[in-house]
Each structure stands twice: as C-alpha cells, then as structure tokens.
Write a protein that binds this ligand. Sequence first.
Ligand code: GDP
Length: 436
Amino acid sequence: MSGKNCFEILDKIFEPKNKENIEDIKGYSIKYGNIVEKDKIIDEVLVSYFKEPKSYTTENMCEINSHGGNIVMKKILELCLKNGAVLAEPGEFTKRAFLNGRIDLAQAESVIDVINAKSEKEAKAGIKQLEGGLSKEIAAIKQEILDVMVNIEVAIDYPEYDVEDVTNKQILDMLDSVEIKLKKLEKSFDNGKIIKEGIKTAIIGKPNAGKSSLLNRILKEDRAIVTEFEGTTRDTIEEFVNINGIPLKLIDTAGIRIAEDEVEKIGIHKSKEIAKEADLIIAIFDASKDLSKEDKEILEIIKGKKSIIILNKIDLERKLQKNDEHFKNLTNSIIEISALNNIGIDKLYSEITKLFDLNEINVDNDLVITNIRHKNLISKSIETINKTRKIINEKMPVDIVAVYIKEILEDLGNITGEFVTEDIINEIFSKFCLGK
Ligand code: GDP
C-alpha cells in the first residue's frame, strides 16, 4: 500500500507482536505479527515500513509479506480494500514515483523493460536506463541547446544590437554537435531492438533439406536459454534463444517441425510469407543433392535480404558445392554444416555475429535505446535540426529559428517526461502489470 492513509489502514488489520506508535517506527524496518479480521487470525506476516519521502513512490508505504497462496493473499487484499485502500492501476506505483518526481519518464519506462527482459543484455540495458543513463545524456544535450538559446533570446529582445550573425554561426555549430549525439543514440536503437526483441530469424528450405534438424541443433545448444511464445501470425510458435549472447527469435518453429506427411503442404508460398517477417533468413540446402527448382526459388526469396546460405549434410557424398554457378552472383556467406553431426554450427553463429555487428553491442559502456517512443522523439529532433538549418540558410528571422529550436527542446523533454501529456503518461503506464 502506498499513500497518505496506508498506515491507518494497516493499523486496522495488522496486530504486531510489539505494538508501537507509527511515529516511533522507523522507515526501512520490519515488524512481525498477524493480519486479523475481528480477532480472527488470517495469516502470520511480516510488514515492511517505508516512510515518505524514502520509498518507491516517495509516499508512506507498507508491504505485507504473507505466507502466500491464493486464498490468504486474496483475503488480505480484500481486508485492505474493505478498510479504505483502492486497488492499484497497472503501473500505478511506478507512475506515482514519476509524478512525485523521484524518477523521470525514461526511467519509469525502463522498469517495464527490466521486468520483461528476456536476455541478460536486455536486462542490463534496462537497469542502465533505470539508473538514469539516458536521462543524463538527454539533459546534457538539452543544456547545450539552452546555452545557445540564451543568445538567441538576447538577439530577439535587443534587436538594436547586431548579434544575429554571431548567433547564426553559434546555432549552426550547436546543431551539428547535437545532431552527432542524437544520431549515435538513434543508431543504438537498432542494436537495442535486437537486444530486446531478438533477431527475427526464419529457417527456410525445401522439405528434407534439414530445417528441423538445424532448429533442434540450435535449441539444444548448451548455453541456449529458450523461451517459447505465441507467434504474431496465428497458429505459429516463436522461440527465443540466446546463444553466447546472440539473441535469436526463431519464427514459425511449429511450422518447421510439422509432421512429415504434411511437409509438402508448407511450400514455397509459406516460405515467402515467413521470409517477409524476418530480420535474418537462414536458407538451407541439401548438399548431397543438386539444386532443385524449389531451391532456386528459395534463392530468389533471399535475394537482397540479410541472409545466410547453409549447405547441409556435408557428411554425405557431395553434389552441391560452394562454387555452384547459382551462388555466383550472390553476396551471401555460404556455410557448410552437418546438422546431424553437429559440424559447422559455430561458424553459423559467428557469421550472424558479424552480419549484425553484434560485437559492437556493448551494453556495459554504451547507452542503448530500446524504447520506440524514445527513438521516435530522437528521430523527430534530428528532422527538426535539419529544418532549422534550412531556415537559417534561407535567412529567416531569428525569432522563427527560435520556434524550431524550442520544438527540439520540447521533443527531447518529452523523453524524460517534462512536457508530456496525460494521455501519453496513461498509455505508457497501462503497459505495466498490476502491482508494479
Ligand atoms: P526438414 O524437412 O527440412 O525439416 O528436414 P529434416 O531436418 O527433417 O531432415 C530430413 C532428413 O535429413 C532427416 O532424415 C534427417 O535426419 C536428415 N538430415 C538432416 N541433416 C543431416 C545431415 O547433416 N546429414 C545427414 N546425413 N542427414 C541429415
């Protein structure tokens, strides 16, 4: 419970073994006792006390730790509600922390990221943001803009002094410098997206090429952490694997594993559909056979896409070689493996690392944007920077330039929630789960 009356409500339902006045109980302390309803003991509990402003929400807070279990927890919750508490909305605790100024919006949003993290890297990126990494960077950029804005205001307020030319140069230098920083953040989003969502990977190939063998090989990898969830398209399953820090979201793993008699049904059409969704296509060919018509169609599908060609079954007598004429005009890497005998799979992983610059993702040192809202605001600021440059070059009066610069400041301020509207705040916190 959080808020003005939480200790009063607690007092009605909690009988500590050592009763003290609330004024005498220190924050960050724990009391042992029973939750009771009309002298009937509901459960034996520990209650933690947090006193304003030193709590998650900055309000008075208490946390009841019961033995758990549905019935008892529900009963305690009911008792709280009956005595005046109101059920928290999703994310309400974090929202209060934001509204009360303990954390900014970017930090609040990172709480969701930490909770939902599927990989260590993602959790780290979230924690870093929670510590205020992004907020500090944005504040520094805004300060740089504000420093120049002061001069602009002077130029507007005292037009009799001819400072405009000086200011224009200053503005342009500042815009260049700010743009470099924002572009770096914008670019980090691609990496952030990979960390957060995984590389959406499709394994395609004609029936019997070895898709399901490769899939199983990947899923069985020693250090793979596998999470399974519903795919975006109906009836598909996606599996999130994390192999040596490479986060792969394998699309349509159910389709790949479909029973053999149904194999013929997943034709080229389906492969096309799956390939459309993918960030990475692994196209697998049976190296013990010549290229078939279907194989050639698959080569068509991967043209111009981030993709890797796999020649599987190299343990068998070879028909298909790396230097086959059909591979000639492709820029793809070709990797030879035996899914069955676990040969060459590590080469596949290092190729993926290379293809996506994954070595460059250094969550420990670099700031990584993982939130699309932040990314959009940064991209919009960069656009406005370009517009500002243009109107300066068109010799527009400085008060018009100021309007544009203010827009940049406002958009950046929206990241940390300075000027953000209530609708946006509500939308952000509705994504939280209850009780966070
Ligand atoms: P899919 O239809 O593309 O999913 O192909 P599967 O993975 O089901 O493989 C088809 C057949 O090829 C199975 O009998 C596998 O055991 C076999 N196979 C897969 N990979 C290899 C390999 O590297 N070497 C050999 N010799 N057989 C393989």
